[in-house]
Design a protein around this ligand. Structure first.
Ligand code: 5GP
Length: 192
């Protein structure tokens, strides 16, 4: 757990949800509604998608570099998602929170479980689809993944959905605007 304690530090908000639920779209709108939220750039071993920029969307690193960082204790949490490694930098989060800034993490259910296990003071929010069929449709329509990737993400999505009950709040992404506004309100009323 972070060694940071005391007054004045920013809050930690964790947002999880299955692949295809629309996390990125909701987060984009949420950041307009709650511009005080900061997102530290996470590390991943996955290949950048077209249009993604290193240092903005993720810090893209090799497997060796990732494992060296993990072994040096540089990650607050790590996970393997769809066969790729992801990790949140401990120092990036701590610096922001120490500066009094609220931090938003988009992490999968494994990472969230690690933070919970560390006794993190985070607010845990789960973004859920209106139905399993809607999620399947979204995963199938997305053009960025090939059929094998879609199959992996569908299987992982079912596992992720089973974790929803471990979160403080579950928000249904029936409409981006409504879901983002609900999350903004939850964050605003969270004492920290
Ligand atoms: P994508 O590669 O599509 O951006 O993200 C795939 C999944 O990885 C998403 O479910 C997202 O929540 C998760 N993810 C992204 N960054 C992190 C991270 O730093 N830690 C963990 N645990 N999961 C992450």
């Amino acid at each position: 757990m972070s060694e940071l304690e005391g007054e004045g530090r920013g809050r930690l908000i964790v947002l999880s949800g299955p692949s295809g639920v629309g996390k990125d779209t909701v987060i984009r709108r949420l950041l307009e509604l709650a511009p005080e939220l900061r997102r530290p750039v996470a590390f991943t071993t996955r290949t950048p998608r077209p249009g993604e920029i290193d240092g903005r969307d993720y810090s893209f690193v090799t497997e060796d570099r990732f494992l060296a960082m993990r072994d040096a204790g540089e990650f607050l949490e790590t996970a393997v998602v769809h066969g790729n490694r992801y990790g949140t930098s401990r120092s990036r989060v701590d610096e922001l929170r120490r500066g009094g800034q609220d931090v938003l993490l988009k992490i999968d259910v494994q990472g969230a479980a690690q933070l919970r296990g560390q006794g993190s003071d985070a607010l845990f929010i789960f973004l859920a689809p209106p139905s399993a069929q809607v999620l399947l449709d979204r995963l199938t329509c997305r053009r960025t993944e090939n059929p094998q990737e879609v199959a992996v993400r569908t299987r992982d999505a079912q596992r992720e959905m089973a974790e929803a009950g471990n979160y403080h709040q579950v928000v249904v992404n029936d409409q981006v605007e409504r879901a983002a506004a609900e999350i903004a309100e939850i964050v605003r009323s969270h004492p920290g």
